[in-house]
Ligand binder design. Sequence first.
Ligand code: ADP
Ligand code: MG
Length: 608
Amino acid sequence: MSDIIQLLPDHVANQIAAGEVVQRPASVVKELLENAIDAGATEIKLLIKDSGKTLVQVIDNGLGMSTTDARLSFERHATSKIKTAEDLFNLTTKGFRGEALASIAAIAHVEVKTKQSDQELGTHIKIEGSTIQNQDVIATPIGTSIAVKNLFFNIPARRNFLKSNAIELRHIKDEFYRVALTHPSIAFDFYSNDNEVLNLNSSNLRQRIVAVFGKKINEKLVPIQEHTDIITIDGFVSKPEFAKKKRGEQFFFVNNRFIKNGYLHHSVINAFDQLLPIGHHPSYFLYLSVPPNTIDINIHPTKTEIKFDNEQALYQILRSTIKHSLGQYNVAPVLDFNRDETLDVPYSFKDKTSVSTPKINVNPSFNPFESDINATSYQRPKSAQWESLYAGTETAVDIQQIEVEAQFVNQELFDISENEVKSKTHQVHKKYILSVIKSGVVYINQNLAHQRILYEELLTKMTVEDTSSQQLLFPLALVFNKEDITFFREIKSDLESVGFQFANIANDTITLDGIPVNVNPNNLQGLFEELFEDIKNEIPNSSFSQLDTIAKSLAKSLAIKNGTRLNSKEQGELLEQLFSCKEPNQSPFGKKTFITLSSEEIQLKFDN
Ligand code: ADP
Ligand code: MG
């Protein structure tokens, strides 16, 4: 038999490689942007037409290429970035495989203009399907412009496989964001169909994040910083209360390269622990630097996967760093943002014109090294006006005898008789129920606590098929759009299981003749609108989670709002009901329902 193995012609090999490197226009965007950065550009312009299907062009002010290099750059495995296999272990550039330009040129019409700083004139090359069509000299600025037109012109199957312009644009934006966030000091200008999408000036990291995602994000960022022998961590995570239902802005950069890593992602989520409402995702922008020889990024041609030598250690360091920063942040806002009303200047003080400087009495003979300090020589300022701190607040807190007992056990917290409980609650700011407990005091958030109580009630109702309702005297018609009515039909039986009764469902009207006992008939329209919205956002995939969402949403809508005055009987009931819940500590959305302050903690505050 004769030999049958042949070497593939270069253009075929390039096309095959292109299948790996270039999946869609966004891949071209990524490769060209990275080449510009590797070339040391400080200003980069990205132009696309028809979401990159017609044109992707990147213009940079980097090093440029000599004529020979410009031609060579389209050869497979032609790279200026590594010379030996060892270099692979100490990569500092984005590219290193020398595959991108060759692959792109195999499946598109490419036009390059490039000039180095010491050249008078630049080089102009046109390539179509790996063949050079034209080469001449050209007057062009220092740097490189590469235009990629008609992607997949010679592979119709791939071209047809491209998604809608909206989806391809989404992918391009994602790639662009990743590059722009990795290099805040580089200026970027991004045009789509001649419209400017983003114009980013050279800036620092925080400014760049804000420039890309909008001003609002600034207040949501918690800085993260840590330096150890094996890793340096920099960047930001979002504050827990800004977590989103959509898994949005989550970025890991390792040695200035965007990467995806499920293991490290898990470590971030783990750091947020109990702080996130169920089904919510934090945003993060984390920049990790590790010694280049401790990672392997060569396991996938699109290079977003990465392997770390000491993954487990990195996991722990990342987790505890974020936890620590979140903890610090949690202390700060009490002082900065959640202004305590009791400390506000009382209204009547507003018109006072003369302000007197408080007198400070210093004991000039005080000597800290004197062993026998004469306590009486220090005089307390007379008539400290601490009472004014309480002026104007509606519920002044009774100062009661605080019982100090030894052990604090959560479930036995209220191991006191009902009467005692009632006598020991106070409503503070129409928002918290303050109560003295064995080991100190507890602050209960009335709204969140009531959400928990209602949620568990509703769930029980759904499962034990107790459909008791209050009958409406007159059937009540609510009007919705078609989409909501269709949606409503899907969840109708679930709603019936909590006590809603429907007389009729027409094109755009739902008529109710019965509602659950604890539901106020006055705001049913709003209640349903909120419910539909919540269920749509939750995207339930099982009937259980749908029921659960309904229960959560109703609990949220029906719970006593902050700002509602509760009498002492209601306060006592709320407390009792909360602590007979299965999970009293958390609202249905995972927020804390109460906090405790032990007598020791209180004492410590005095000692400091
Ligand atoms: P890689 O980036 O992996 O080296 P590419 O195929 O992307 O491979 O690029 C091949 C070579 O072309 C690069 O190594 C670089 O020398 C040169 N090159 C590509 N783009 C530019 C650019 N914008 N400016 C200067 N040189 C470039
Ligand atoms: Mg490259």
